[in-house]
Design a protein around this ligand. Structure first.
Ligand code: SF4
Ligand code: SF4
Length: 367
């Protein structure tokens, strides 16, 4: 069966405009009439960390609001949920909802915010309780990602994993090609009925957090399947499969086929570029050279003790116990233990941990 992806061109976060354009696309190209009034709708954005939405790290609240209002007007109850790493209790998650603008739009439109109070397991995946209770609409951000090249609809399902299990999987599967298997497992077990990717303001460069750079892309992608939606986006930006580990693995596993992708777009001669993470350029190097340079090629998390409030959330969340208190009372990171999972960066609500690039990456990042 063919999988459909619609591309919309929208340049600003104007709720009425976004609502009108998405609504037209849903009625024309997707089976929205199969949603009954009594169905409860769950909006699943990417709320990676508590930051201003104009940093393009999280889904913009205006898109969440526009989509929620479409279903509210059809008589559905609308819920919003995410489970960002390190923000498991209600107070912490409320802080994320507030900083990302989701709290305000939920209050205004009578959307109910959910909290990850418990989990269930499905095929060994520990998933937040809300995953199988609602009709899910996946609303990710269009971002680059230093581990997986892109973070789009399928990767956004990682936010359905309950709390600290996320850092557990990072610990168990530090290599991109192994980590991708968890993302594909999530794809097989979680079925959002719509995927609406917020690419009005995207994130390029060394995403998915503060290392990336916001970029006006003016795009929204809507698809009925997360993997095909990601495939369409990868093709749109002309990213070769070998540079996109998710698409490469999905093709090798027979999960996606070119012939089954139907792209609907009236955009002509549009040329929008997306700068990929610095590590992407390494794909042009021969393997022998990469293994020789390996120790110089890493990203390192670095704590800015001037900004640190010594709450120790990062220390408690680190799956490798790599964060320690130095003799002078400052926090340090033992890079011999660190597996570069970046969980500490995502868990720090004060923005006190950032990515520091190794010498060679600093040079090639300028290319
Ligand atoms: S770096 Fe951030 S999370 Fe870690 S102790 Fe400091 S303020 Fe807390
Ligand atoms: S220090 Fe940060 S990046 Fe390194 S293992 Fe711990 S949480 Fe992961």
């Amino acid at each position: 069966m063919r999988k459909r992806v619609v591309i919309l061109r929208i340049h600003k976060y104007d709720k009425d405009l976004i609502k009108e354009k998405i609504s037209q696309a849903l009625y024309k190209y997707f089976s929205i009439d199969s949603i009954k009034k009594e169905d409860n709708i769950l909006l699943k954005p990417n709320l990676l960390m508590p930051v201003n939405p104009y940093l393009a790290i999280t889904t913009h609240p205006t898109i969440i609001e526009a989509v929620g209002c479409i279903f509210k007007e059809r008589g559905n109850s609308v819920f919003v949920a995410d489970c960002p790493g390190g923000f498991l209790n209600k107070n912490d998650l409320n802080y994320v909802y507030k900083e990302t603008g989701v709290f305000d739009i939920s209050l205004k439109n009578d959307f109910k915010l959910l909290y990850p109070e418990s989990f269930f397991t499905k095929n060994n995946l520990p998933l937040c309780w809300w995953v199988n209770q609602f009709k899910m609409i996946n609303i990710p951000k269009l971002k680059t990602h230093s581990l997986t090249t892109l973070s789009l609809a399928t990767k956004n399902l990682y936010g359905c994993i309950y709390g600290d299990f996320k850092s557990f999987f990072h610990l168990k599967l530090p290599k991109p090609k192994d980590f991708i298997k968890i993302i594909i497992d999530l794809y097989k077990n979680i079925k959002p009925f719509l995927n609406i990717v917020d690419g009005i303001l995207g994130l390029e460069g060394n995403g998915p957090a503060r290392g990336g750079r916001p970029k006006n892309l003016g795009l929204i992608f809507i698809g009925d399947d997360p993997l095909y939606t990601d495939y369409a986006i990868s093709k749109f930006f002309k990213i070769k499969d070998r540079f996109n580990p998710l698409i490469k693995a999905a093709k090798e596993m027979g999960l996606i086929f070119e012939k089954d992708l139907e792209i609907i777009s009236d955009l002509k001669d549009i040329n929008v570029n997306l700068k990929l993470p610095s590590v992407h350029i390494l794909n042009y190097f021969p393997n022998s050279l990469i293994s020789f340079l390996k120790s110089f090629l890493k990203f390192y998390p670095k704590i800015d003790n001037g900004k640190c409030r010594f709450c120790f959330k990062c220390k408690n969340y680190c799956p490798k116990n790599a964060i320690y208190v130095k003799e002078n009372g400052e926090l340090g990171i033992n890079l011999k233990k660190c597996i570069m999972c970046m969980c500490c960066i995502e868990s720090c609500k004060f923005g006190a941990i950032n990515l520091d690039r190794g010498f060679i990456l600093k040079i090639i990042g300028r290319l």
